[in-house]
Design a protein around this ligand. Structure first.
Ligand SMILES: [Zn+2]
Ligand SMILES: [Zn+2]
Length: 347
C-alpha cells in the first residue's frame, strides 16, 4: 500500500480535509506506526484557529496517539513489527549540546513537537522516532493508551513533578475538562486530602466527585473563598492547579493558597497574570510555577499505573469517531458537546 487517508490542515485556508496522501517511509531511528487511536486536544484547536502557528504549508494534526509498529526504518533493539505502543510527541534535534552529550530527548534544546513541527496522527499511519515509543501491554485498550499522551500525562506531570504533591496536602483544581479531571485523579494517586475541584458545569463537578474529588464547588458561587478556607481547616490550599488560564480563575486560585502554597498554571491563554500585592505574595511565601507538557517517564509510569489497576481511565474516552468524521469531532470539542474528557479518532 502506498497511499493512506490523512486529515490535512492548510494554514492558508484554515481548512481541515481528509484525503489520500503517500504513506511515509521511516528512516533509520524511526518507525512507521499504524495508528489505532488519536485524541483531539485543545492545542489541536489552537492550531486550527491559528493561535499556534506551524511553519509548514500543510500539516496533519494529532499528537495523542497509540498504535502498532508497522515497519522499522532500521533494526531497533527491543522493538518489532506488531508491538503495541503509545507515542511521546517530542522529537529531539540530535545536534544541540544536550543531544550531543547523550541527554534525554526530553531535555533537547530544540525539541520538535508532533502535529506542529512534523506530521501527526490524524492519519492511518504516522512516523515516530524510536525514542518516542512506550510499550503498551495487551491489558490496556489502545484507545485508552492514546489519551495517556498529553491528556493524562500533562496534568499527571503537573501534579507529581511540578507541584510535587505529597500525601495529606490540600489540593484545589480549577477547570474540570480533560486536563483538570485527570489532575484530580493524579492528586488522588499522590495521596492529597482533601481534594477540592471547581467548575461551573454541574456534570463536570459530579464526574470529578466520582473520580476522586472530596468536595466540588462552583467558582461563580460568591462564597467560594470562604468555603475553601472552611474545607481546609482555615489554612487554605497547599497546592492550587489552574487548568483554566483565565485571569479570574488564577486570582481565585491564588487567593485560596495557604502560607507557602504553590500555584501551578497549566492553562495556556493570553490573559495577563495579576497575583495581587507583592507584600502579600512575599509575606505568605507563595510560589507560582508554570507547567508545560510531560516527560517520557510520565507516560511509562501511567502505563504501569493503568496496567496494575491503580488508575482507571476507562471514562476518559468520551467518544470514538472514524477519521472521516474528524471535523465533527473538532466541532463537538469546540462546543463542549456532551462535556467530553477526550474525543478519540480511530483511523
Ligand atoms: Zn494534547
Ligand atoms: Zn537537541
Amino acid at each position: 500500500m502506498t497511499t493512506m487517508r490523512a486529515a490535512v490542515f492548510d494554514p492558508a485556508t484554515a481548512e481541515l480535509t481528509v484525503r489520500d496522501v503517500p504513506v511515509p517511509v521511516p528512516a533509520p531511528g524511526e518507525v512507521l506506526v499504524r495508528v489505532a487511536a488519536c485524541g483531539i486536544c485543545h492545542s489541536d484547536l489552537s492550531l486550527l484557529h491559528g493561535v499556534f502557528k506551524t511553519k509548514l504549508p500543510a500539516i496533519t494534526p494529532g499528537h495523542e496517539a497509540s498504535g502498532t509498529i508497522a515497519a522499522l526504518g532500521a533494526p531497533a533493539p527491543g522493538w518489532a513489527e506488531g508491538d503495541r505502543v503509545v507515542l511521546h510527541a517530542g522529537r529531539a534535534c540530535g545536534v544541540c549540546a544536550t543531544c550531543v552529550a547523550g541527554g534525554s530527548p526530553d531535555d533537547c534544546e530544540n525539541v520538535r513537537i508532533m502535529a506542529f513541527d512534523f506530521d501527526g496522527a490524524w492519519a492511518e499511519y504516522v512516523i515516530a522516532p524510536v525514542t518516542a515509543l512506550v510499550k503498551v501491554p495487551d491489558s490496556i485498550p489502545l484507545s485508552q493508551a492514546a489519551v495517556l499522551a498529553d491528556a493524562v500525562s500533562t496534568p499527571y506531570a503537573a501534579v507529581t513533578s511540578t507541584a510535587v504533591v505529597r500525601p495529606a496536602e490540600t489540593v484545589g483544581v480549577w477547570g474540570l475538562g480533560g486536563i483538570g479531571t485527570h489532575a484530580v485523579q493524579a492528586a488522588r494517586l499522590s495521596g492529597a486530602a482533601p481534594i477540592i475541584a471547581l467548575d461551573p458545569l454541574l456534570a463536570a463537578r459530579e464526574r470529578a466527585l466520582d473520580l476522586g474529588a472530596d468536595h466540588v464547588l462552583d467558582p461563580a458561587d460568591p462564597d467560594v473563598d470562604a468555603r475553601i478556607r472552611e474545607l481546609t481547616g482555615g489554612r487554605g490550599l497547599d497546592v492550587a492547579i489552574d487548568a483554566v488560564g483565565r485571569t479570574g480563575s488564577v486570582q481565585q486560585a491564588n487567593r485560596a493558597l495557604a502560607t507557602r502554597g504553590r500555584l501551578v498554571l497549566v492553562g495556556m491563554t493570553g490573559d495577563t497574570l495579576d497575583l495581587g500585592t507583592e507584600l502579600h505574595f512575599s509575606r505568605e511565601r507563595h510560589s507560582v510555577i508554570g507547567h508545560l507538557g510531560y516527560r517520557k517517564e510520565h507516560i511509562q509510569q501511567l502505563v504501569d499505573l493503568v496496567a496494575t489497576g491503580r488508575l482507571d481511565i476507562s471514562r476518559s474516552v468520551s467518544a470514538l469517531l472514524p477519521l472521516e468524521e474528524i471535523n465533527e469531532g473538532v466541532r463537538r470539542l469546540e462546543e463542549h458537546e456532551g462535556n467530553p474528557i477526550r474525543i478519540v479518532i480511530q483511523p
